[in-house]
Design a protein. Structure first.
Length: 291
């Protein structure tokens, strides 16, 4: 089970695209092998790269993916195996979940550092038309998310939040019990107006990125992009920052409680999902020969 936090502009954060592509594909190794094709399509949601930009970006992307597979994926596979052992031995408590969560956060940070130079170069090379296009895409993204996540009454937002989480939980655990469904609904209520806080924070980060891109030809641009990608917390809104710790803990508590309420069949389902993931990713040719 993953505790997922919105990471902002999908065109710029490779990890988000990696995790989203893998999580949504029944054959993860197939998705991983084709990320150099998938990611430019995602970029096209935000801006239209010219031929030279596409060629350079694709070459850099292949390098990043090769680095990720050789140096990062082996650790991911070890982490999945460790999680499997904890599930099989019924030792997946709140402490263990928080350790996995911290590992995931560090993995995100490592990738953010890796892709910063490529991101800074890509953004510096945008022409004025592309910058306008990117800002228009941000505006469209905001409007669409406001319509989906903010326009419904709060009670409906909570129900939809519960449904989204329930869908993710059933992917990993199979059919849920009534007490588990009630626990998910309780969690959804606990988060209250999280949609508003999350989207406000997302828009705030995008605006900071737009401001940085407007000064892309000035000194210090690379440092500003590095902060945006590697020190995202420094761009959090006050409201989001004030609520983050409790939201984070509420979600960890939810996952811990759902696992504690699980039966043998559900734990077997989790183990099978993890085994599929580990076998699928472990079959990639780009992994070191020592694997």
């Amino acid at each position: 089970m993953q505790i997922r936090q919105a990471l902002g502009c999908k065109a710029l954060l490779l990890l988000m695209i990696v995790t989203a592509a893998l999580a949504g594909c029944s054959r993860m190794n197939l998705a991983y092998r084709n990320l150099d094709l998938l990611i430019p399509w995602s970029l096209n949601d935000y801006l239209d790269m010219n031929r030279d930009q596409q060629k350079r970006f694709r070459e850099q992307l292949r390098g990043h993916l090769n680095w990720h597979c050789r140096t990062q994926l082996p650790d991911y596979l070890n982490a999945i195996e460790h999680l499997q052992i904890q599930v099989r031995q019924n030792q997946l408590d709140e402490t263990a979940l928080r350790a996995h969560y911290q590992y995931a956060k560090q993995a995100i940070q490592t990738i953010a550092v890796e892709i910063t130079p490529t991101t800074a170069q890509l953004l510096r090379d945008l022409d004025d038309r592309q910058v306008r296009e990117l800002n228009e895409s941000f505006d469209e993204d905001r409007r669409e998310r406001e319509e989906k996540y903010l326009e419904p009454p709060l009670a409906q937002q909570i129900i939809e939040r519960s449904e989204r989480m329930h869908e993710r939980v059933e992917h990993w655990m199979g059919s849920t019990s009534e007490p588990q469904r009630q626990r998910i609904l309780e969690w959804a209520h606990t988060l209250g107006e999280q949609n508003r806080l999350w989207l406000g924070n997302r828009v705030h980060w995008q605006q900071a990125l737009s401001d940085a891109i407007a000064q892309r030809h000035e000194a210090g641009f690379e440092e500003r992009i590095a902060r945006l990608l590697q020190d995202r917390e420094s761009f959090w809104t006050d409201d989001y920052r004030a609520a983050f710790a409790s939201t984070e803990q509420a979600t960890i508590d939810l996952v811990s409680d759902l696992y504690a309420m699980s039966d043998a069949g559900q734990r077997r389902h989790i183990d099978e999902r993890l085994e599929e993931m580990r076998n699928d990713l472990g079959s990639l040719d780009c992994l070191p020969a020592s694997r």
